[in-house]
Design a protein. Structure first.
Length: 383
């Protein structure tokens, strides 16, 4: 039996959050079960893009602050990490996202460390599903002693629902995300990639920010919904099964979760999940708006998605006029794809992790669209 704690919490007052989270963790066995002094603890947030916390698109900054304080009180070193999406049109927004979401300020004020997954390097792992020979996951996921997943309760216009299971997609740094979307445009197949990430990493605890949720056409274009919930579990699928039921969905309605159930990622049957905390039964969220794709059972146009991704495909390129020949890009490339003399990039070897782009101090590594028309469109919207 998996256990999910559901707490009622009506605001982001830090002291209230600390009390609620500590109480929930006590029900699971207490913090000593998961952490010890001097542990490096990574908080894997949901930082989909440069969105402020009040949009409900990202894990709320005060929720993160509360977690940092809890862990610092337990004498842990705390990291806050993720890689944002949205780079397929030539934009690398992760650094900006940390500022806009408020995490940078939280880290400075609370003594935590920001881990921009686009800058930290990668570890190569063999995906269990065999979808490809190697999968490149952000190195902090392996460097940390403990990883705590902090998903946001959100709908998703393409994947129906975004929670603890899907939140690990941010562990794939840089432009590689778009390649996985192209490789697996079908939601069930995409779920295989998500499960591969979970299987390759070890996340000890999942704590969902469901206080201010996103409804409708999430994960960024929806509207806010005051759900007033915190969900905590060691089992990401059990947590999502409960959260999905709260908004009016079952596991089989969400292809990623159904794939996770088939892959034995966790418990997907509500009858095998024990509820604790402030609720003995799953609370419903009245009037919560689901995405159109769920309401209308609209089949996703996979071919169209692949065409859009191909149209806006970008690669890092080194502008020799700006390059100062410091070789930071060469030394930071995890697959040695950049020629030291010419600065030409071997795109057959390149994994689109964007380390070269993020680490160049002279802005010489640019993200360029392969399609000129797409480049004009991207430039227009960046102005």
């Amino acid at each position: 039996m998996s256990k999910v704690i559901v707490q009622e919490c009506k605001n982001y007052d830090v002291e209230t959050l600390i009390e609620k989270i500590n109480s929930a963790v006590a029900s699971l066995g207490g913090w000593d079960k998961y952490i010890k002094p001097k542990d490096k603890v990574l908080l894997k947030v949901n930082l989909i893009g440069p969105k402020s916390s009040d949009t409900a698109a990202v894990t709320h900054s005060e929720f993160v602050r509360a977690m940092v304080r809890i862990l610092k009180e337990n004498k842990c070193d705390v990291w806050i990490g993720d890689s944002s999406g949205g780079a397929i049109a030539g934009v690398a927004p992760t650094a900006q996202s940390f500022k806009v979401a408020g995490y940078e300020q939280v880290a400075e004020e609370e003594g935590a460390e920001i881990k921009n997954f686009d800058r930290e390097g990668v570890m190569s792992v063999k995906p269990e599903s065999g979808c490809e020979e190697a999968m490149y996951i952000a190195k902090p996921m392996f460097d940390a002693d403990v990883v705590i997943n902090l998903p946001k309760l959100k709908t998703h216009s393409a994947q129906i629902f975004s929670g603890a299971v899907k939140n690990v997609f941010g562990c794939i740094p840089g432009l590689k995300k778009a390649k996985y979307h192209k490789m697996a445009p079908d939601s069930s197949d995409f779920g295989q990639i998500i499960c591969d990430i979970h299987k390759a990493t070890k996340i000890q605890l999942h704590i969902m920010d469901g206080i201010l949720a996103m409804q409708g056409e999430g994960p960024t274009a929806g509207t806010t919904y005051q759900a007033n919930k915190i969900l905590i579990s060691e089992d990401p699928l059990a947590l999502d099964a409960v959260a999905a039921k709260m908004v009016g969905m079952d596991v089989e309605d969400v292809p990623i979760l159904e794939t996770a159930r088939k892959r034995n990622l966790g418990e997907g049957s509500l009858k095998n999940i024990t509820l604790a905390g402030d609720y003995e039964q799953i609370p419903g969220l009245a009037g919560f708006k689901l995405p159109k794709r769920f309401r209308g059972k609209v089949k996703r146009n996979s071919k169209a998605l692949v065409m859009v991704i191909d149209f806006f495909k970008t690669h890092p390129r080194i502008n020799l006029k700006k390059c100062k020949n410091c070789n930071m890009c060469v030394e930071s490339c995890p697959v040695e794809a950049i020629d030291k003399e010419t600065k030409n990039i071997d795109y057959n070897a390149c994994i689109d992790c964007m380390c070269c782009h993020e680490l160049c101090m002279f802005k010489a590594v640019e993200l360029k669209n392969e399609n000129r028309i797409a480049g004009f469109i991207s430039d227009f919207f960046r102005k």
